[in-house]
Ligand binder design. Structure first.
Ligand code: SF4
Ligand code: SF4
Ligand code: SF4
Length: 316
């Protein structure tokens, strides 16, 4: 059992027994290896279903907007930043939440592991001492865990929760010096035509299923602009113009609000590297406003504030 699992169960049991919260939101083992499922429990007897390991990549804060009950939930670094943003944007109240903070060692990318297994179907994948052990009917494969992290985790600079009521592990150190933007710099030196072609190819496989939007904790509008019919902002087809419009507009809606939690990319059934759009805006916001999303309750995202000295050179 992962060292965090025991702590999460202990805290969840205590909170439910003392009626400090109505529900606890965490993870339980999924029916397939490497896919843990969100679980909402409201009885102390159910805490044994809670689980933590390297496959808790999902961002539980996606389930928070507009809830009215008192909720305890486990938050990694990125998740906690989404909580901060949702509080600032009036989607949830701080006093409704009990945050169980999990300093995060990064989450494993299931697709990378499956690719390494080269078609062999794992029945069980466990992690011990930094090693992934995949076991199938007729094989056992051992892989170094840290070589199989999600891309966003491998460049994550905020692994410790920024907001929590109780921390279940020692804060992690030494993840601040990562180069987050090598791929974005490669985009920026392209000509306009090259860049357009790059995004055209990137988005060509999109089937407009909206899993990326639905998985995003910051995409909580009751009616998304793509679903509006009066007025209809864009067509419903997978026509490349409509598809690109959806993705570019969605990315702009996330400017200064995306925590690079990776939930969108993980949800995409077509394995589209959709974070390339939001990361470009993350870099722009950092350079223009010196702001990183969700680090503090005292600082709102720059695009929902106005200051007379805001940069205005782009206005023609
Ligand atoms: S982005 Fe950072 S905090 Fe979030 S799961 Fe990955 S390593 Fe953990
Ligand atoms: S756009 Fe993707 S990476 Fe950014 S907050 Fe939403 S789900 Fe997370
Ligand atoms: S999840 Fe993937 S396929 Fe679905 S709309 Fe988003 S980018 Fe397109």
């Amino acid at each position: 059992m992962d060292q965090y699992t025991g702590r999460i169960r202990e805290i969840a049991r205590r909170l439910l027994q003392e009626s400090k919260v109505d529900v606890v939101l965490g993870f339980q083992r999924g029916t397939l290896p490497m896919i843990n499922q969100p679980i909402l429990i409201n009885e102390p007897a159910q805490v044994r279903r809670l689980n933590w390991d390297s496959f808790c990549a999902g961002n539980l804060t996606t389930y928070l907007p507009r809830r009215r009950d008192r909720i305890a939930l486990v938050v990694k670094g990125c998740d906690s930043r989404n909580v901060v943003l949702q509080i600032l944007e009036n989607q949830i109240k701080r006093e409704q939440l009990y945050l169980i903070g999990a300093p995060c060692h990064g989450m494993v990318d299931r697709r990378l592991v499956l690719a390494a297994l080269n078609g062999r179907e794992p029945m069980e994948v466990t992690v011990t001492n930094g090693q992934l052990r995949a076991k199938g009917d007729d094989f056992i494969e051992v892989l170094p865990r840290d070589d199989y992290l999600q891309e966003n985790c491998s460049i994550c600079t905020h692994r410790n929760p920024v907001l929590y009521d109780e921390l279940i592990g020692d804060p992690l150190v030494g993840h601040g010096q990562v180069d987050r933007y090598a791929d974005i710099r490669a985009l920026e030196v392209m000509s306009e035509d090259e860049r357009w072609h790059h995004f055209h190819e990137l988005l060509a496989p999109c089937i407009r299923c909206y899993a990326c939007r639905n998985a995003c904790p910051m995409c909580y509008c009751p009616v998304c602009f793509v679903d509006e019919s009066m007025p209809q902002w864009l067509g419903k087809s997978i026509d490349p113009t409509d598809t690109k419009t959806f993705h570019f507009l969605r990315a702009y809606h996330l400017a200064g609000r995306c925590t690079d939690c990776g939930n969108c990319e993980r949800a995409c059934p077509m394995s589209i590297k959709i974070r390339l759009l939001t990361k470009k805006l993350e870099k722009d916001i950092a350079e223009l406003y010196g702001y990183e999303a969700g680090l503090s309750l005292d600082q709102r995202p720059p695009l929902d504030t106005y200051r007379p000295d805001d940069p205005q050179e782009f206005i023609r």
